[in-house]
Ligand binder design. Structure first.
Ligand SMILES: Cc1ncc(C[n+]2csc(CCOP(=O)(O)OP(=O)(O)O)c2C)c(N)n1
Length: 314
């Protein structure tokens, strides 16, 4: 089941080069890995956002497959409509009944956590055979780094600015993965840009299900998070190693960690590499840093209690 790097490298590149995503952009890495791992043929929809804007500058496209742009809010609805059309064509005898196409919807966190939440929820509840991928860069990056409900507490964005009154975003981020789990669909997972094996295995598992699946992929953004472009994968891995973004899956309702940090690193190791958190290290913000660590620890503990392999982890 698990794809080897050799196998993946022999696949035809599904997202061609020459698109205009930033150097070091996590979204292109995530999209390529998802598309390489997915069994073909594929039909893909993509909400408005960096991934769409930078890969489909008219009259060009980087997507080597049938691909449809949807509005910011309805990647899931568009994808579920296309999936229904395929099912209908099979029933009508226009397509052979054994035609097996995989359907993938992409959305950023703005298009998924916020504006597209209702269309995601609807598609998951209706039970379409499709994978929804949230490439989660934790803000509305394409329109100028505005906060989303995925932005972590303390993070600087242009709409959660750091100043005398506020030390970055005041609220905690929404736990969208848990919200999707509540839809009781066959497969839900969290992955990260930086662990290709974990990510590609999850994509294959998700698409092997006869129903909806969802993967929330933490996708570092060098511009919005403020780090050197070559650090994307290292930052992604640190997010998992600090348990800021634990790697787990919920298959048929059963929680499982898919990667266990040998040593749970302190959250400051992740924060200190990103300029969106640099104010937290100034004198006077020690309590906020401690609060962020406490919050990570609390959520990690809760996740362990939900996982069946908690005994093997710290
Ligand atoms: C209903 C609606 N509101 C606002 C916009 C403007 N808009 C386009 S993309 C975008 C931000 C997208 O953010 P996200 O989904 O997180 O993707 P990213 O740009 O970070 O990849 C916004 C606000 C829009 N197109 N439609």
């Amino acid at each position: 089941m698990m794809p080897s790097l050799k196998e993946l490298s022999k696949e035809k590149e599904p997202l061609s080069g020459g698109h205009r995503l930033c150097a070091g952009c996590g979204a292109s890495i995530v999209a390529r890995q998802v598309l390489l791992a997915a069994p073909k043929p594929l039909v893909v929809t993509c909400a408005t956002g960096c991934l769409e804007v930078a890969t489909t500058i008219f009259p060009y496209t980087a997507w080597e497959m049938p691909w449809m742009h949807s509005a910011f809010e309805n990647s899931a609805a568009t994808c579920s409509g296309i999936e229904s059309a395929y099912q209908s064509l099979k029933k009508q005898g226009t397509l052979p009944v054994d035609t097996k196409v995989n359907f993938i919807a992409f959305g950023g966190d703005g298009g998924t956590y916020d504006i597209g939440l209702q269309s995601l929820s609807g598609a998951m509840e209706r039970g379409h055979r499709m994978l929804y991928v949230c490439y989660n860069n934790q803000a509305y990056m394409n329109t100028g780094i505005q906060r989303s409900s995925a932005t972590p507490k303390g993070g600087f964005t242009t709409t959660s600015p750091v100043g005398k009154v506020n030390p970055g975003k005041e609220q905690s981020r929404k736990d969208l993965t848990a919200i999707v789990v509540a839809h009781n669909i066959p497969y839900v997972a969290q992955a990260v840009a930086g662990d290709w094996r974990d990510l590609t295995t999850k994509v294959q598992k998700a698409l092997s299900k006869d129903g909806p699946s969802f993967i929330n992929i933490l996708t570092p953004c060098r511009l919005g998070w403020g780090y050197a472009p070559e650090l994307t994968l290292q930052i992604g891995r640190l997010a998992a190693e600090t348990c800021f973004w634990p790697l787990y899956e919920v298959e048929e309702g059963v929680y499982k960690l898919t990667s266990k940090p040998k040593e749970k690193k302190p959250i400051i190791e992740l924060l200190k590499l990103q300029s969106r958190f640099k104010h937290l290290f100034k004198k006077g913000n020690e309590a906020l840093l401690a609060e962020i660590q406490e919050d990570v620890d609390k959520k990690w503990k809760k996740l362990l209690s939900l996982c069946d392999n908690r005994a093997e982890t710290k």
